[in-house]
Design a protein around this ligand. Structure first.
Ligand code: PRP
Length: 182
């Protein structure tokens, strides 16, 4: 285990089981879709999306967006910057499935769903690996949820602290000494 990780919250086998279950749910719901597009929200979702797409049997395309949320303490969901947009001329034919690593305030996903619908997507749903419902600032429920977790600082499997730990194969709780001494 990485020396900065206090304990493993979700190990590799459990992650695999969670991703397998989510892929089965998505397979079932999108079996009649003519154009399913998985939209990876960079960077944290890269590892999750890579594993998830390998387990899908329905045909899918992939795309990426990069966004940042700010002012998450407000009651509105408009405080999101788009750094890399989804630029598809065929968006009206696309069933978009936004892939997230974690939902915290809910700001990012509640904004993105409205944004992509306004851009003309045929449908928009959301899939998150982790959910911290205790941190919500705006009401938001994902369509697919891997696991609810407590309000702890988690890293690994794509999630970072100061751009580190993304490559860990498990989700671990970061030792407070790492960020308290930063
Ligand atoms: C994280 C996460 C979500 C967002 C969730 O991204 O990947 O996109 O924050 O928070 P919210 O529910 O409060 O909006 P982050 O900004 O850490 O970027 P990263 O994925 O590149 O690490």
């Amino acid at each position: 285990m990485n020396k900065d990780v206090e304990r493993i919250l979700i190990g590799e086998e459990e992650l695999d089981r969670i991703v397998t279950r989510l892929a089965a749910e998505i397979d079932c719901d999108y079996k009649n879709s003519e154009r399913l597009v998985l939209v990876c929200i960079l960077k944290g979702s890269i590892v999750f999306m890579g594993d998830l797409m390998k387990k899908l049997t329905v045909p899918c395309e992939i795309d990426c967006m990069k966004v940042s949320s700010y002012g998450a303490g407000t009651a509105t969901s408009g405080n999101v910057n788009i750094h890399l947009d989804l630029l598809r001329p065929d968006i009206a034919e696309c069933d978009l499935l936004i892939i997230e690593d974690i939902i915290d305030s809910g700001n990012t996903l509640s904004y993105l769903v409205d944004y992509l619908l306004l851009k003309g997507a045929k449908s928009v749903r959301t899939c998150t690996l982790l959910d911290k419902p205790s941190r919500r600032k705006v009401e938001f429920a994902p369509d697919y949820r891997g696991k609810e977790i407590p309000d702890e600082f988690v890293v690994g499997y794509g999630l970072d602290y100061a751009e580190r730990y993304r490559a860990l194969p498990y989700i671990g709780v970061l030792s407070p000494s790492v960020y308290e001494n930063a």
